[in-house]
Ligand binder design. Structure first.
Ligand SMILES: Cc1cc2nc3c(=O)[nH]c(=O)nc-3n(C[C@H](O)[C@H](O)[C@H](O)COP(=O)(O)OP(=O)(O)OC[C@H]3O[C@@H](n4cnc5c(N)ncnc54)[C@H](O)[C@@H]3O)c2cc1C
Length: 367
């Protein structure tokens, strides 16, 4: 197996994870990305890092919630195998709404109770909220608490993976734009290169080559808010947009994110900025004194059904459509892809790599 050559195209979230695990499994791995090791241009670098499957049920299909729960449970094991520091916490998340939007919140509670009775959703009064997040209790008299939800430091994870790829001597070709990814071959600067297996992890970079793949624009702010002390992800239920606030260490907050059907990655619009920042201010007035460190606009890769897909054919695996749940679903997608690779290359022993929790429909056989 040592001489089986695998080329992974795209070193955003999925490409990095796969490169590491396939190298550890004994394959010869070459990883290519058109950008740099920081993940510039990837959705992974832009993201907020929320791991909130039940909160996402507001807009996500039940399969995403189920996969997300498994993904959330698998992250600690993946992180334990990395040497670099990664921010991960699972202290639950909160959902709040203003008085005029209580009906939306009640609809959410009804839906969660009906479809996900195991969510352990708790309705908190002001006093209970003040124990978890005292500063939120000043403005909200009630909140919903989802105790199993979490978050991950996406940029810290990319950096830890980058260090790990170097420590484990993975051949990482940066500044390498790849076109025309096909079974067992790909094209770089007009030159055709070959590998036993090519794995396409280009995210939105595969639009035009993968049918029904589209881009969904998202915008968010990175803020430094010394006057805000919130420790858990908070979502604001609102009839027009879903605001979330993802706290990071040292008073850093991600405030996001818009959802726009567009492949435009140009600067944030004034409208989005007004909506995001005024909604954040309506959750906590301390955001008025925050410093804007960065405004981020990027695109999420999504298929028409907003579900991820692992397309498998001999010599080519295409992983895409992680949409707004890439971090949440990455461990599940990783486990299923490792199995798909072993089935192609090491078919006799493949069964032992089948994920314990297997999701039908994630792998799409294309041969
Ligand atoms: C604003 C925003 C907020 C988000 N928030 C969350 C969140 O809170 N929780 C969550 O779970 N998910 C979130 N996501 C989604 C998550 O970031 C994505 O689902 C995930 O990053 C997709 O991973 P990927 O590896 O498929 O693609 P990417 O991370 O986009 O990586 C693709 C890589 O391919 C490279 N590439 C592209 N084309 C080429 C080419 N031709 N040649 C070589 N390399 C190429 C790119 O440079 C990039 O590094 C968010 C996304 C956005 C945009």
């Amino acid at each position: 197996m040592k001489h089986i050559n695998i080329a992974i195209i795209g070193s955003g979230l999925i490409g990095r994870l796969l490169a590491l695990y396939l190298k550890r499994a004994g394959f010869v791995v070459n990883l290519y990305d058109k950008n740099d090791k920081r993940g510039t241009g990837s959705a992974a670098r832009a993201a907020a890092g929320l791991l909130t499957p039940f909160s996402e049920s507001l807009i996500a299909e039940p399969e995403i919630v189920s996969m997300g729960l498994v993904g959330l449970a698998l992250w600690p094991k993946i992180l334990a195998s990395l040497n670099g520091f990664t921010f991960f916490q699972q202290q639950g998340s909160l959902i709040v709404s203003h008085e005029q939007d209580k009906t939306e919140q009640q609809r959410f509670v009804k839906n969660l109770d009906k479809h996900y009775p195991h969510s352990a959703l708790t309705q908190l009064n002001r006093c209970q909220l003040s124990v978890l997040e005292p500063e939120l209790a000043r403005r909200f008299s009630a909140a919903l608490y989802l105790p199993s939800e979490g978050q991950i430091g996406n940029r810290k994870l990319l950096s830890a993976l980058s260090q790990q790829l170097e420590q484990e001597h993975i051949n990482w070709h940066l500044g390498a734009k790849i076109d025309q990814v096909k079974a067992q071959q790909f094209c770089q600067h007009g030159e055709i290169k070959t590998a036993d297996l090519v794995i396409d992890c280009r995210g939105t970079g595969a639009i035009g080559e993968l049918s029904h793949l589209r881009a969904v624009r998202g915008e968010l702010f990175q803020l430094f808010a010394p006057e805000v002390n919130i420790t858990r992800p908070v979502r604001l239920i609102h009839p027009r947009y879903n605001l979330y606030i993802a706290p990071k260490p040292n008073h850093h907050y991600v405030v996001g994110a818009t959802e726009i059907e567009s492949n435009d990655t140009s600067e944030m619009t004034v409208r989005s900025a007004l909506e995001l920042l005024s909604a954040a201010y309506s959750v906590h007035s301390g955001f008025s004194e925050a410093q804007i460190l960065e405004q981020v606009s990027a695109c999420r890769p999504a298929f028409s059904d907003n579900k991820p897909r692992i397309n498998c054919q001999t010599g080519l695996i295409q992983i895409n459509g992680l949409y707004r749940h890439g971090f949440l679903l990455a461990p599940v997608v990783l486990a299923h892809t490792l199995w798909a690779v072993h089935r192609q290359i090491n078919s006799k022993n493949a069964q032992q790599f089948k994920p314990n929790e297997y999701f039908t429909g994630l792998i799409n056989e294309c041969d």
